[in-house]
Design a protein around this ligand. Structure first.
Ligand SMILES: [Zn+2]
Length: 307
């Protein structure tokens, strides 16, 4: 059985055709959904998202008519029962929208939808050969998303907000976050957080990638921005571990390319913040999925849901 896994991002959408775990085709569609959803009515934003996604799906189904199901990892809060998109911070305009139902009607295929970080968590879980006890996934990109798999199942919470780890407050009255609160972890540990740390110290606007290059060449301020990110991430993870006590942790997303700049500070802060008896017992792995975990998870969730 072939399944199509879709990872929806703000500026591009990736489609992966899977035969079991095996990725047999990937397609990338450049589409600025953030732009398409800005300054338009909720109805127009929803229609545009459906139109763009369906154009990609239709093209792939033409090539792979054996596709039996479609899974979508979407950057937004998904209601655990209705599977409606409650809200998408990066795609404002969408509100309580049944994308799954719309696409299922047009394509004639069963469609599942999940939050993108949750889909990536499930993809990592499948790739790691379904480790006993499950895993925690933290995706470090423009923001920080998280997902949790327990006893073989994704745990999305009773309102669809489980593992919103990026919004754990690590600095009271700290930096303003898009969620409305201040001092959230993602304001320090994401790519935009690193850029903000560097800007605050130098008044220069550089990307997290450029700052990593500076840090690699010995720049102290650039290095400090990554150490701050590492500390913020470790503080939040120590809190998560105290609540969930899950052994396997996978870190993914673009920021992990700079992991060597963060590792030492991260590990020592994690150890310091954990309950002493837990120190050294959490396994931190950097994802090797090269961004395909979201597509895989979305595809695998179609099977998980149909079985
Ligand atoms: Zn927040």
């Amino acid at each position: 059985m072939l399944a199509l896994g879709i990872d929806v991002g703000g500026t591009n959408i990736r489609f992966g055709v899977f035969n079991g775990h095996q990725l047999i085709n990937t397609t990338r569609l450049e589409a600025n959904l953030s732009q398409a959803c800005r300054d338009v009515s909720a109805e127009s934003a929803a229609l545009e998202v459906v139109r763009i996604l369906y154009s990609g799906i239709a093209n792939i189904i033409k090539k792979y008519p054996d596709i039996q199901a479609v899974g979508i990892g979407f950057p937004g809060f998904i209601h655990p029962d209705s599977k409606n998109i409650i809200q998408s911070p990066n795609l404002p305009g969408l509100s309580y929208f049944d994308l799954r139902g719309e696409l299922s009607t047009i394509s004639g295929l069963p469609v599942t939808i999940e939050n993108d970080a949750n889909a990536a968590a499930y993809g990592e879980y499948c790739m790691a050969d379904r480790p006993e006890g499950g895993l925690i996934y933290l995706g470090l990109g423009t923001g920080v998303g998280g997902g949790l798999v327990v006893d073989g199942k994704l745990y999305t919470g009773q309102h669809g907000f489980a593992m919103e780890a990026g919004h754990i407050i690590i600095e009271p009255d700290g930096r303003q976050c898009g969620c409305g609160n201040k001092g959230c972890m993602e304001q320090y540990a994401s790519a935009s957080g690193v850029a903000m740390s560097y800007f605050n110290a130098t008044q220069q606007r550089l990307s997290a990638h450029q700052i990593a290059e500076l840090a690699d060449s010995g720049d102290k301020t650039a290095t400090e921005a990554y150490v701050l990110a590492a500390n913020a991430l470790a503080q939040a993870l120590a809190s998560i571990a105290k609540v969930l006590d899950v052994k396997n942790v996978v870190l993914g997303g673009g920021m992990t390319a700079a992991w060597p700049l963060m590792q030492q500070a991260f590990m020592s802060r994690l150890d310091a913040d954990l309950i002493p008896a837990l120190r050294g017992s959490i396994q931190i792995k950097i994802s090797t999925a090269e961004d395909s975990a979201g597509m895989l998870g979305a595809a695998m969730l179609t099977k998980a849901n149909s079985s």
